[in-house]
Design a protein around this ligand. Structure first.
Ligand code: ADP
Length: 457
């Protein structure tokens, strides 16, 4: 069974305040009772002492108990609900107040009688001494161990009522506080749940706008918002990727279809030129599939870099050698200045891929008589690789997008150059996986420089 936050909080508050009140009540009750007890005991002792003093005085003066004395004692005892029995020195009863009779008739007796039914009779006997001689004994007793007056009882009852009222008000206040606090928590949580439901149903643009000042709730909504925006980004990317791929596939497939149809229909002779066009399109498709494969591999293998300590100069030099014939054929000069002391933890194959992609771009986008330059050096705690050319450059509006998948500065020209707009996004992914960064600086018709920074390990 699931309990709502509201209920849980209220229950928690009520239970804890109830517990507090019980503890408070028990302690207060104890304190009240003990102080009452000692106060009453003192009073009672005082009363007993006064009676003894009076009787001693009587014996000293007249040596016997007459009716006046008895009347005096009877009257006081009646007023204050206690009972007196007088004895001679050999314990013979002289006078005894009738307990049964006394309770009846008198107004004052009503209250006393109520008490007589539920408490036991207790008494104390004291000797009456005159100049060292015992003249007799007096027994003073009452119902209950202590005699509480009407006012005493009223006072104690109003104390209890006060405590009870405090308890009721306390519980009421804790219920209200519980509900308010629970609302503060449950409201933003419910809002988060609502937004998550909307996200689940596919509207990835939904965001939580909570103003909660509770740190954890704020962080939770931030995380969900972050999750939503990455899902949204992924979704856009996925849609764009699918449409880009189909677009990329359509052109070569159309060319192939038209050419092959014409060949089958016998409209065209299968000449070398025509077959070469078909071959080029197939080649382009194969390259595209290879690039896509690399992309997916990188996506999965971001954490699976096979890093080893390797001199970077070697990798770069090998790639430059690989490219040299093509550059020479196109009339582009390639130079390099490589620090051979730069050794760090890298994935050799992936960095080779980076160099291939950068140099093939430099090759594609630099015209005859151009110049391409590669630098490798250490700067602070980083390795810097720079690939510069004096080619056609990149328009400013494209600079921010060139690292995105399938982005091509000038699609018509790029198609001619054979790129699908994947090269730089592969480069960026590899560099990111090495905890590095890549920047580009470019001026149209003057040239482009790519700068890679990888932290030295
Ligand atoms: P492509 O396969 O088209 O080369 P890339 O991701 O490698 O894809 O590059 C994206 C775009 O960036 C290219 O289409 C091009 O417009 C631009 N670009 C990349 N490198 C250079 C460069 N050295 N000079 C000029 N433009 C470049």
């Amino acid at each position: 069974m699931k309990i709502s936050l509201n209920r849980k909080f209220t229950l928690f508050y009520v239970l804890s305040s109830l517990l507090l009140i019980i503890v408070f009540f028990t302690i207060t009750n104890r304190v009240i009772n003990t102080s009452f007890q000692s106060y009453m005991e003192e009073n009672q002792l005082k009363r007993d002492q006064e009676i003894i003093n009076y009787l001693e005085e009587v014996y000293r003066k007249q040596h016997n108990i007459n009716n006046d004395v008895i009347n005096n004692l009877w009257h006081d005892a009646l007023m204050s609900d206690y009972y007196i029995t007088l004895f001679t020195e050999d314990m013979q009863v002289i006078w005894k107040m009738d307990r049964e009779q006394m309770g009846m008739g008198m107004m004052h007796g009503m209250m006393m009688q109520q008490r007589t039914y539920n408490s036991d009779f207790t008494s104390k006997t004291y000797p009456i001494e005159v100049s060292g001689e015992i003249e007799g004994y007096v027994e003073i007793g009452q119902y209950g161990s202590l005699l509480l007056s009407k006012e005493d009882i009223q006072f104690r009852n109003s104390l209890y009522q006060g405590i009870l009222l405090t308890a009721v008000i306390g519980i009421g206040i804790s219920i209200i506080i519980g509900v308010i606090i629970a609302r503060q928590f449950s409201k933003p949580i419910l809002k988060i749940k609502e937004v998550s439901d909307v996200l689940r149903k596919g509207d990835l643009s939904a965001r939580i706008e909570t103003k909660s000042n509770t740190q954890e709730i704020y962080e939770l909504s931030q995380s969900i918002n972050y999750l939503a925006s990455s899902l949204e980004q992924q979704e856009t990317l996925r849609k764009r990727l699918t449409s880009d791929i189909s677009h990329e596939l359509r052109t070569p497939l159309n060319v192939l279809q038209n050419h092959i149809e014409a060949l089958i229909d016998g409209m065209w002779e299968p000449t070398g030129d025509r077959l070469e066009i078909c071959y080029n399109e197939v080649h382009r498709l194969t390259n595209l599939v290879k690039d896509l494969e690399k992309l997916t591999n990188l996506d999965q293998a971001e954490l699976k870099l096979k890093k080893e300590l390797y001199p970077l100069e070697k990798i770069i030099d090998q790639v430059i050698h690989q490219f040299e014939p093509s550059f020479r054929n196109k009339g582009i000069e390639i130079t390099s200045e490589l620090d051979n002391q730069v050794i760090t933890l890298i994935d050799k194959d992936k960095i080779t891929q980076v160099m291939i992609n950068l140099l093939s771009n430099a090759f594609k986008f630099t015209d005859t008589n151009g110049h391409v330059r590669v630098d490798l050096y250490k700067e602070n705690a980083h390795i810097i690789i720079k690939v510069s050319d004096n080619g056609i450059g990149i328009k400013e509006k494209d600079l921010n997008n060139i690292f995105e998948r399938f982005y091509r500065g000038d699609p018509s020209r790029s198609r001619k150059t054979g790129g699908a707009g994947l090269g730089l996004s592969i480069v960026k992914q590899i560099i990111d996986a090495h905890s590095g960064s890549i920047d580009v600086h470019s001026v149209v018709n003057q040239g482009t420089t790519f700068t890679i920074r990888i932290p030295l390990v």
